[in-house]
Design a protein around this ligand. Structure first.
Ligand code: SF4
Ligand code: SF4
Length: 190
């Protein structure tokens, strides 16, 4: 018998064997405070999204699938990792939904639940960025890029632009630390 919260796939949109998880929208709201049920599918977010062309599920479809409880499809999509957090969707949404926060909540859930990450290098970059912020209170660009390049095993793809930025003084060799470093580190302990 199907439970009210987790059912075998009954949606023609779902892939075979996937499950409907009706707790998905609640968990998103708990993490980021956004109510996906507010979305009425006008498509404004997708129309303005600069990254939508590269996503496997359009931003408004992410919202619809979250409403329907299609957790696996959303959490295993490339869309949640390709969202640039630019907030264009949030400024255009007539319902005041910050889709960038929903994407971020989905990234957190994907990592927590050990889902297959379609864009693993984005996750590596995220982790390294946060590590840098923990160390210095801000990102040290050369350190960030160096460690990211080693971890992603992509050593040479941006060498030329990196040299150009260095020569223009955009990349400092010595990391600088923010004044309230202890407070920044405290945020990570919460
Ligand atoms: S925040 Fe993400 S989903 Fe929204 S417009 Fe920017 S890239 Fe697209
Ligand atoms: S702009 Fe807002 S209401 Fe319209 S589809 Fe996107 S999230 Fe839904």
């Amino acid at each position: 018998m199907l439970t009210s919260e987790t059912k075998q796939d009954i949606s023609p949109l779902g892939s075979p064997g996937s499950k409907i998880d009706l707790t998905f929208k609640r968990r998103i709201a708990e993490i980021c405070g956004e109510n996906v049920m507010s979305c009425y599918q006008c498509g404004e977010c997708t129309a303005g999204c600069p990254a939508a062309f590269s996503m496997d599920i359009a931003p408004n479809q992410v919202m619809r699938m979250a409403q329907l409880g299609m957790k696996d499809e959303v959490l295993e999509s490339s869309s949640i990792w390709l969202c640039a957090g630019c907030e264009t969707c949030a400024t255009r949404c007539p319902r005041g939904v910050a889709l960038s926060k929903v994407m971020d909540a989905c990234r957190q859930l994907a990592v927590k639940e050990g889902k297959h990450i379609k864009q693993p290098n984005v996750l590596k970059f995220h982790k390294e960025f946060l590590r840098q912020v923990t160390w210095h209170g801000r990102a040290h660009e050369i350190g960030l890029m160096g460690i990211y390049k080693v971890r992603s095993r992509d050593l040479f793809s941006d060498v030329f632009s990196g040299i150009q930025m260095f020569l223009k003084g955009k990349l400092g060799l010595i990391p600088s630390r923010v004044k309230g470093l202890a407070e920044v580190r405290g945020l990570f302990k919460k």
